[in-house]
Design a protein around this ligand. Structure first.
Ligand code: ATP
Ligand code: MG
Length: 303
């Protein structure tokens, strides 16, 4: 019998009691140490927050591993259904995470190829009878062995009952039902629109065992994301620049600007600041190596 002792510090301990054939015989205990959960931590190390997601991925991986052990022991094993719904505002990391999952699932042997296929309404929905089936099947075919990511999934039900989008949804659901296939479907979109879409397509939500909410980031998280983006490029903010950015982000969040694009907003500010620094340095008389790294207050153009 396999028993999970629990995971600590990113390690999972599995104890196998190999006495299934000979009851009464003293248990031979084999202890294995596993580091794949560390691999998950490593893959997601560059992401700020997203704790719920990291926990889900670890659970998925633990179940896959235990299922394999159960199979080895002649016990019943079940195949994991991994289709997911991602709900989150612009720039909260939905596309980036889905892309990362394709790689991770491939490394974990969950997906045979691990390609990431992003599709939108126009890739799936046709304009005349028969075209939608053809288009949707072609996209599914391309995504076999990998992840099919459909952003703004609600655009599929834009035209109501008579629209061909409905046919695309039905085909995707039918494909998911088959279950044997080696493909993970992720539908993503903004929370309110996704909820409306799901309520208009009864039975759809229940086919997705993983529903993840990508929350808006706090000021601290946005700053942290910004600092990491800069660190990766070997730049850093001066103390006063960081202060200026912090105040600006706090104001933005307070004002609840419509369509605030979270981490993407920070990325854009940073990329702009890097260009501004370059212009400033070109026109300055003397440059020391620290100047090449530090972005100052005046490089940050904030509106
Ligand atoms: N938690 C995070 N940590 C670090 N960087 C992040 C995080 N979330 C998002 N980003 C960065 O923010 C940018 C936008 O993320 P992404 O495109 O994945 O958002 P999205 O949710 O798909 O947005 P949209 O709904 O507009 O398509 C990317 O450059 C990504 O690397
Ligand atoms: Mg996206």
């Amino acid at each position: 019998m396999a028993q999970v002792e629990g995971y600590k510090n990113g390690r999972i301990n599995i104890i196998l009691h190999e006495n299934t054939q000979q009851p009464g015989k003293e248990l031979r205990v084999k202890k294995q140490r596993h580091s794949p959960l560390e691999m998950i931590d490593k893959e997601f190390a560059s992401f700020v927050g997203l704790e719920e997601l990291k926990t889900s991925i670890k659970e998925i991986y633990a179940s896959i591993l235990i299922n394999e052990k159960r199979k080895e022991q002649g016990l019943k094993s079940s195949k994991q259904v991994l289709h997911m719904l991602f709900k989150g505002n612009p720039g909260t990391g939905k596309t980036t995470v889905a892309r990362k999952l394709a790689k991770l699932y491939h490394d974990m042997n969950v997906l045979s190829k691990g390609q990431f296929i992003e599709a939108e309404r126009a890739d799936l929905v046709g304009e005349y009878i028969g075209q939608t089936a053809q288009k949707t099947r072609a996209v599914i075919q391309k995504a076999m062995g990998g992840i099919l990511f459909i952003d703004e999934a609600y655009s599929l039900s834009r035209g109501g009952e008579k629209d061909f989008g409905k046919e695309a949804i039905d085909l995707l659901v039918k494909h998911m039902e088959d279950g044997r296939e080696d493909m993970v479907l992720i539908l993503a979109g903004y929370p309110r629109e996704m909820d409306r879409f799901l309520s208009m397509n009864p039975g759809l939500e229940s086919r997705f065992p993983f529903i993840l909410d990508f929350d808006d980031y706090s000021v601290d998280e946005l700053l942290n994301i910004g600092n990491r983006m800069l660190g990766e490029r070997q730049y850093q903010l001066s103390k006063s620049a960081e202060w200026k950015l912090r105040n600006h982000l706090a104001r933005k969040l307070r004002e609840e600007t419509f369509n605030f694009s979270n981490a993407r907003y920070v990325r854009n500010i940073i990329e702009k600041a890097i260009r501004m620094q370059a212009v400033r340095l070109l026109t300055s008389e003397q440059i020391i190596s620290k100047d090449l790294i530090v972005l100052t207050e005046e490089d940050l153009l904030l509106e």
